[in-house]
Design a protein around this ligand. Structure first.
Ligand code: UDP
Length: 346
């Protein structure tokens, strides 16, 4: 790793996780030194490749303050959160503690270091069941699961901190993050893996018996839920653009990150079959609690504010890059993979 003293530092909470590690790669390519702050409970040491690692929890205010004091970041990015919708119904206390209380600690640390601007990982789950699609940032915010409610609570806190204290932040509302680094340096290693794209690929590879399709009675063309799948490398590049926007003195706000194009669950599974050339055994089961029918982004604000372009997000590139990572990773969990009940880093 080549370091220069003139490199501005970015503190990346959750930088050893899936989206966080891809963002670190993009930050390093953009001239920043990413300092990862992560518990490694579900993040992976092996995904920290472009800067130092501080092992710490957002709930540990002393370690967090120490990381700010030592590394003097120009900007902070916040990826460290619990992200499973189903689990958020079963254990909301954990979600509120990690996602809301932990985030507030980060905001307070950033504030006490002179208002270090923040890029926050939010989610399209803040919209709940949208009244119309594509969804603009001004749509009603009515999450239908505890996970979305924790993310929305932090968005409100960020907006209030900005008005009251001048702590600026960009709240990036991801639609469905998927795919892996086209160079294969980092990738998606969740344990357990719950997401559609990797699960369908694992089923194609015979590492899962089948893919369960959660509901085919939605009001959509083929009855399965429709989502806007966006490649993680495109998301990562959007973070660098958001950092530059904030460091250039730009105002904060919420920004959707999606492609504007929706795919149904069946279309995704079909794409996995086509791209891998392997059959995907599938079975329709009941809907999953808290899953809206259709979530597709209106990406105009991202284009205008951040110059966002989804260049890697065609479904074939998504499946090909995710398949390459999973094929290389092998059938057993990585040794440093954390316990299931620890903090998830997106
Ligand atoms: N899904 C599915 N089977 C799976 C995993 C997901 O049918 O094994 C569906 C899920 O109901 C949703 C879509 O695929 O409509 C995307 O779900 P995922 O968990 O990948 O992301 P989320 O939308 O929860 O962020």
């Amino acid at each position: 790793m080549v370091r220069s003293t003139s490199q501005p530092t970015a503190l990346v909470a959750g930088g050893a996780g899936y989206i966080g590690s891809h963002a670190c790669k993009a930050l390093a390519a953009g001239g920043f030194l990413p300092v990862v702050y992560d518990t490694l409970s579900t993040g992976h040491r092996g995904l920290v490749r472009w800067g130092p690692l501080v092992e710490g929890d957002l709930l540990d205010v002393d370690t967090l303050a120490g990381a700010f004091a030592t590394h003097r970041p120009a900007v902070a990015l916040h990826f460290a959160a619990c992200t499973y919708v189903g689990e958020s119904f079963e254990d909301p206390a954990r979600y509120y503690a990690n996602n809301v209380v932990g985030a507030l600690h980060l905001l307070d640390a950033a504030r006490s270091e002179g208002n270090v601007p923040i890029v926050f990982s939010s989610t399209c789950a803040v919209y709940g069941e949208p009244g119309s699609v594509p969804i603009t940032e001004d749509a009603a915010l009515a999450p239908v699961n505890p996970y979305g409610r924790t993310k929305l609570a932090v968005e409100h806190a960020l907006a209030d901190y900005e008005s009251a204290y001048g702590l600026r932040s960009v709240r990036l509302r991801y639609f469905n993050a998927c795919g892996c680094d086209p160079d294969g340096e980092v990738g998606e290693s969740h344990e357990p893996e719950t997401h559609l794209v990797p699960r369908a690929i694992l089923a194609a590879m015979g590492r899962l018996d089948e893919i369960a399709i959660f509901g085919d009675d939605y009001p959509t063309p083929d009855g399965t839920a429709v989502r806007d799948y966006v490649h993680v490398t495109d998301l990562a590049d959007a973070h660098v653009a958001a950092v530059r926007h904030l460091l250039g003195g730009g105002d904060g706000g919420a920004v959707n990150l999606g492609t504007g194009r929706g795919f149904s669950v069946r279309e995704v599974v079909d794409a996995v079959e086509r791209v891998t050339g392997l059959p995907v055994p599938r079975r329709v089961v009941a809907r999953r609690q808290g899953d809206p029918a259709v979530l597709v982004a209106d990406g105009s604000r991202a284009r205008r504010l951040l110059g966002f372009k989804a260049v890697h997000s065609d479904i074939d590139t998504i499946v090909r890059t995710a398949h390459a990572w999973l094929a290389r990773e092998g059938p057993s969990p990585r040794p440093e993979a954390g316990a299931v009940d620890a903090i998830q880093t997106t």
